[in-house]
Every structure is written in C-alpha cells, then in structure tokens.
Design a protein around this ligand. Sequence first.
Ligand code: ADP
Ligand code: MG
Length: 367
Amino acid sequence: MKVVLQNLTKIFPSRDKKAGKEVVAVNDFTFEIPDGKLIGLLGPSGCGKSTTLYMISGLQKPTSGKIFFGDDDVTELSTENRGIGLVFQNYALYPHMTVKQNILFPLQNLKGKDKLSKEEMQKRAYEAAKLVQIDELMERKPSELSGGQQQRVAIARALVKMPRVLLLDEPLSNLDARLRLQTREEIRRIQKETGITTVFVTHDQEEAMSISDMIVVMKLGVVQQIGKPQEVYDDPTNLFVAKFLGTPPINVLEGKVKGGKVYIGEDAVLEVSGVADQDVVIGIRPEGFELDENGPLHCALSNVEIMGRDVSIVSTNPASVNPLIRSIINADNKVDLGSKTVRYSVKPHKFFLFNKETEERIRYEVK
Ligand code: ADP
Ligand code: MG
C-alpha cells in the first residue's frame, strides 16, 4: 500500500495566547511512500517526526494537506478505520493481561463484518507472535518479560490486525544498546517478510540508515532531503544533513575559495572549477582524509585512537569549527606519534562545500 502525503501541514496554536507564537510542527510535507518499503523519518527532537506520524495514523488532524492510502483519501478517516498498526516508544501493554490477551485485544474489538471467530483470533494471535518470536511466552504477564520482549509483544499487537501501514514511533528508545541493535534487525526482517509499508521514526541516524529503504531528514518541521541512506550520506543537500548523518560526524571547517582553489588557512587543499571566489564552510567526512607526507593540509596531531580495523587520528586546526578533527584511516597506515604535525590530502567525493550564509551545498567539479 503506497502512502501519499500531499502538502501536509500541522500548526499548533500557541500555548501562551498573549506572548507565544504558533508552532509550525510540520511544514508542507509532500512525499509518496512506495508500497512495501520501510521509510526512516529522521531528525532531532522537536522537528515534527511524531506529528507527521500521528497525522498518518489519524491521531492528529492536519491543518492543511491530504493523506492517501493507495488511491483512498484517508484525511478525514478515524484512526480505527485506517487499517494501521501503531507502536510507540513505551510499549503500553496492559499489565494485568497475559501476552496472549494483549495480542488478542485488538481483534476482540472488531465489529460487524470484520468480526472474527474465536479460532480465527487464536490463529492470528499465534501467527503474529511467531513472527516476532514470542510464541513461547504467550502465558506470561508483561512484568515477566524483558524490555525487548515487551516491545515485540507491542509489535505483534500492531501486526495482528494485518494493518495496511505500520507506524513506529521511536520503538527502540527504551532498550539497551545490544537489544536495540537486535530488535532493529528484527523489525527489518518482519517488515520484509510481511511487505507492510512502514514508517519508522527515530532521532538516531545510525538506526535509520541501517534499516531504511529510504530516509527523510527533517529540521524544524521542514523536510531537508529524501533518498536512499547511502545517497543522502554521499550527497547531502546542505550542512544540516551533512552534519546529521555519520559517526563519527563530518568535520566542519571554515575556508575560502580563491582562484579555483579551496583554502583551509594557508593550505590549498583542493582545486575545483565552477566556484566563484568566496568564504565557504567545508565538510570533510572522517574517511575523506588520506595520510600523505606531502599532503597540502597541515593539522596538529593530538592523539591516535585504535579502533581495531581502523585507527582514528585526532588532530586540531585553527580553521576547524569543532575543537577536534577526526579522521579514520586503515590501521595498516602507521602514524608517527612523535611528530607534531599530521599532513593530509583529501578525497574529493568526501569533501563538501557549503555557502557560508545559507549553508546550502555548493557543487563543484574537480580539476
Ligand atoms: P519530534 O517527534 O520530531 O520530536 P514533534 O512532532 O513531537 O517532534 O513536535 C514538533 C513540534 O511541535 C515541537 O516544537 C513541539 O513542541 C510541537 N508540538 C507537538 N505537539 C504539540 C501540541 N499538542 N501542542 C503544541 N505544540 C506541539
Ligand atoms: Mg517524537
């Protein structure tokens, strides 16, 4: 089931009538979510992810714009009639019910033509439980389960009605690191097995990148960029997106373009064509540095962190916006810890220029 968001906008009135301004939580969001895909809705806290999800679910009504499931306009449809499955950060299971009763609950509320027989309900509940691998735990109470198991029950409960669209709002936030990894892979597996169009909300870029077919990066209610995770990482449209994706994060430096060369301080680090002379903001991915004893970029060496396969070289440069510059290089490269300076050349496809005022990307060709 494809999901179409058409000029979706949500404005909340100010809480303080006199002083406050209204909040544009989601601003003119247009996107066609392809059938059967998992979309990661990504951005910092307060950027409008949940509000977008709640509008898709029907829990909140858009101020303007439309939502379609397939060809059906569902904008005015109630949550119950949209055929969605919802999972939140806190699992919200009924504590006095067993796992089985929790999963059965949404089916028992079906009315009219959707009403199911007892046998059919049991069958569906076991199928959903099997899918999330909790069918052994059906007689337990939520308090007898780990956080990860509870979240699986919540997912089974969302799946049992065979939703047309699955909506997940930060479903892994309450899990510890190991479970978070495991459960996100689980969600991906279930999504692939069922083929349900899924929107997965998270503020964690690594989480979104790792399981999404496409990511949508939002900032202050405005969509910044939509694309496959790798494409967005490799080709960010502005400084915000470049900074939001990647661990360790992109290195940001101040510099200038003059006579077809990009300067960091006195160092002419790259020759480019098609860019007018100007001050710029430079983004260099950690993997965009090459150790080079004749390299143009000089940094002061602070430290080398061993990461196993790779090493992370920590250095400083007066032009750097952050206190430290972090490069990632293969551990086979030996770094002389005794030297004061580390010299780099840069990889052009990992090296981005941004307009100093607008922070939009400046495209260049390598000479
Ligand atoms: P996210 O899920 O990305 O953290 P939200 O969608 O929850 O962000 O919120 C987006 C913006 O809308 C925030 O500025 C938030 O304070 C505001 N907001 C959310 N819900 C309400 C509400 N019910 N009333 C007023 N403002 C709200
Ligand atoms: Mg939220």
